[in-house]
Every structure is written in structure tokens, then in C-alpha cells.
Design a protein around this ligand. Structure first.
Ligand code: ACO
Length: 335
């Protein structure tokens, strides 16, 4: 848990936001033309109607670059002024080098350090916590956090229980200092015993690539959906309650709750257990599916554009995913 009352030197805030999603829309009906599924099944079980799909020649850094440029433009900052670029992703361009190195090069962040954060779909919250720590400790003043995913290339399009869930997109935020310490509380968690519930088995040092691993689809995401579902509803509630308690505020004080967009039933169950009203909760997975590390910034952008998220609002964000990891962040929205 990171709380500003715990002796940090100065406050940090989200000072700019940019997103980018590919143009191509893939509907449930289209998927049901090549897979034994239906719009009705997908919509009822997940809340997803359609998702965006990147072009064959597009990788995570390509989507991240555009989101990053938009955030920098909004923040009025030249990329050369960045101190650090952090990319949260589970669909990196390559295992090596970090996608952050590629994004930093594309945008011209010539003076910035760069690294990736791999914390499953919680990556954006983890990266935001790291950015906040660097800024709050007065080490850096201009940190760019990018969540970028091309999950359409990480799923097995013959596995109907996973491929229907995911979509592609990117979001970026600029984290800078503030006098009033607006990012005020984080909670980050992990239970590695749950790693087998959500993983890409091959392609790493445990199971290097062979003809067999390719043939057996071991380079795609494997998931035990029901385990992840139970884990997610439990940890999101606990984690959100921790950051609310740390900030000494109640659920009613939250203006907007933006959870990771994995499944509408997870969002509804967790929100209900937290005691949130429908009007406090933001969801857009019906149109984007699960974009993993990009889902929260894409939601923030839509919420702001639609007037659901306004300057001065108390914002609660929560992520969960492979690891199994979870994390939440309570902040005052200052854009
Ligand atoms: N269309 C039709 N039928 C399907 C489909 C599909 N797309 N997928 C599965 N089914 C079938 C199954 O084969 C099963 O059939 P059976 O009863 O004959 O065996 C039946 O539907 C029920 O399957 P379940 O897996 O029990 O369905 P469930 O209600 O659990 O829903 C789902 C599955 C949507 C995956 C759900 O478990 C879920 O959302 N879990 C959480 C997943 C999640 O959040 N993942 C992202 C985490 S973030 C990250 O880090 C990537």
C-alpha cells in the first residue's frame, strides 16, 4: 500500500491522457461464423458485443505510440522532456527488448529511461504506482505510463472460451508532480500459486518454442475461466476496500469506479459487494472487450468525453489478471 500520508516528498497526478484503438471492429456475429459460439452466449456470459482488432502489421508499440503522442500533446510536453517511459503489456512486440524501449524511440523520448511492466491485466495499475513513486520521491517529474495490447495475436482463434474475450487498444497517461498530492492511495497484490490459471505456456525459458509447441497452440493464452472469475471478484473487493480505508473515505464518496474490463458479471458482482450504485460504475467492454493493460485508460478517456468523469471527482480504479495479480488506485481526477 502506498499512501501519501506515509511521508512521500511530494504529490503526483495524472496530468494528461491519450488513447488509440484500431479501426477494425469484430462483432460476436462474425466470430460465430467461424467458431461454435453465438452473439447470445458471448453477450450473456461476458457483456461483450464487439472488439477492435489490430492490422496484421500492427504491434503493441504501434498502438502505444499513438496513445503516447496524444497524451503528450494534451499535456503540452515534448517527448524529449520525458524522464521515464513505462509500458504495461502482456502482448509485447518481442520478449526482448522491452516494448517501452521501442515506444520511447518512436515518440522521440531521447532522454528517458524505459522498461516494461508485466503484471497481467493489472499492469496499468502497477505501472501507475511505479510512476507515482518516482514522481512522489522527487526522482523524476515527467513519467509516461502506456498500456498497449494486441491480444488478438496472443489468443488461439480455435479456442472459443478465450478468443471471444479479448480486444486490441492502447491508452497513455502522463504522471507529473502536484502540490495537493492527488494520487493518494494504491494497493498492489499477487498470488503466484494461481499462475497456472492464466498463462501462455510456451515461448519462455520453461517451454522454449519448438515445432510441437506451435502445433499444440502452446503460444496462446490458456485460461481456467471459472478460477479467474472467483479470484477476480474476491480480490477486487478486498483491494478497493483497503485503498478506501487508507484514504479514510467511504464507498459513497467515490464518484466513479473504473474496474478492469474483463467480464460484466465480474464488474457487477464486485460493484454489488462493494455497495456501489450503478451510476458509480463505468463499463465499456461491450464495445472493446478485454484490452488488458489498456482497458482502464480507454475507460478513463470515454468517461471523460461523455462527462461521467469530471475535474475534482474521486476516482477508484481496480485491475486484476495473470500472476495472479491485483491492484487498485484511488485518486482525485484533475483533468
Ligand atoms: N460459446 C459457446 N459456448 C461456450 C463458449 C463460447 N464462446 N465458451 C465456452 N463455452 C461452453 C463451454 O464449453 C461449457 O460447455 P459445457 O458445459 O458443455 O462443458 C459452457 O459453455 C460453460 O463454460 P464455462 O467456462 O463454465 O462458462 P462460464 O460461465 O464460466 O464463462 C468465461 C466463461 C466467460 C470465460 C468466464 O469464466 C469468465 O469471464 N472468467 C473470467 C475470465 C477473465 O476475466 N479473464 C481475464 C483476466 S485478465 C488477464 O490477465 C488476461
Amino acid at each position: 500500500m502506498i499512501g501519501l500520508r506515509r511521508g512521500l516528498v511530494r504529490g503526483a497526478r495524472i496530468s494528461a491522457l491519450g488513447v488509440h484503438v484500431p479501426e477494425r471492429v469484430l462483432t460476436n456475429d462474425e466470430i460465430s461464423q467461424f467458431l461454435d459460439t453465438s452473439d447470445e452466449w458471448i453477450l450473456t456470459r461476458t457483456g461483450i458485443r464487439e472488439r477492435r482488432i489490430a492490422r496484421v502489421d500492427e504491434a503493441a508499440s504501434d498502438l502505444g505510440e499513438i496513445a503516447a503522442r496524444r497524451a503528450l500533446e494534451e499535456g503540452g510536453l515534448d517527448a524529449a522532456g520525458l524522464d521515464l517511459v513505462i509500458v504495461a503489456t502482456i502482448s509485447p512486440d518481442h520478449i526482448m527488448p522491452a516494448t517501452a524501449s521501442i515506444v520511447a524511440d518512436k515518440i522521440g523520448a531521447t532522454k528517458a529511461g524505459a522498461f516494461d511492466v508485466q503484471a497481467g491485466c493489472t499492469g496499468f495499475v502497477y505501472a501507475l504506482a511505479i510512476a507515482t513513486a518516482f514522481v512522489s520521491a522527487n526522482i523524476y517529474s515527467n513519467v509516461l505510463v502506456v498500456g498497449a495490447e494486441v491480444l488478438s495475436k496472443m489468443v488461439d482463434w480455435e479456442d472459443r472460451s478465450t478468443c471471444i474475450l479479448f480486444g486490441d487498444g492502447a491508452g497513455a497517461v502522463l504522471v507529473q508532480p502536484t502540490d495537493n498530492g492527488s494520487i493518494f492511495s494504491f494497493d498492489l497484490g499477487n498470488d503466484g500459486s494461481g499462475a497456472p490459471s492464466l498463462l501462455v505456456p510456451a515461448g519462455g525459458s520453461r517451454m522454449p518454442a519448438t515445432f510441437d509447441t506451435v502445433r499444440d497452440h502452446e503460444h496462446a493464452m490458456h485460461m481456467t475461466g471459472s478460477e479467474v472469475f472467483k479470484f477476480a471478484t474476491r480480490t477486487v473487493v478486498d483491494s478497493c476496500q483497503k485503498v478506501l480505508a487508507d484514504a479514510e473515505i467511504g464507498v459513497d464518496d467515490v464518484d466513479l469506479f473504473v474496474p478492469h474490463q474483463a467480464n460484466i458479471r465480474i464488474i457487477e458482482t464486485a460493484s454489488r459487494r462493494l455497495g456501489m450504485s450503478e451510476g458509480q460504475v463505468f463499463a465499456n467492454l461491450d464495445r472493446f472487450g478485454n484490452t488488458s493493460c489498456a482497458s482502464i485508460p480507454i475507460c478513463l478517456h470515454e468517461a471523460r468525453e461523455s462527462g461521467r468523469l469530471k475535474k475534482g471527482d474521486t476516482l477508484l480504479m481496480a485491475g486484476f489478471g495473470a500472476g495472479l495479480t491485483w491492484g487498485s488506485c484511488l485518486t482525485k481526477w484533475e483533468l
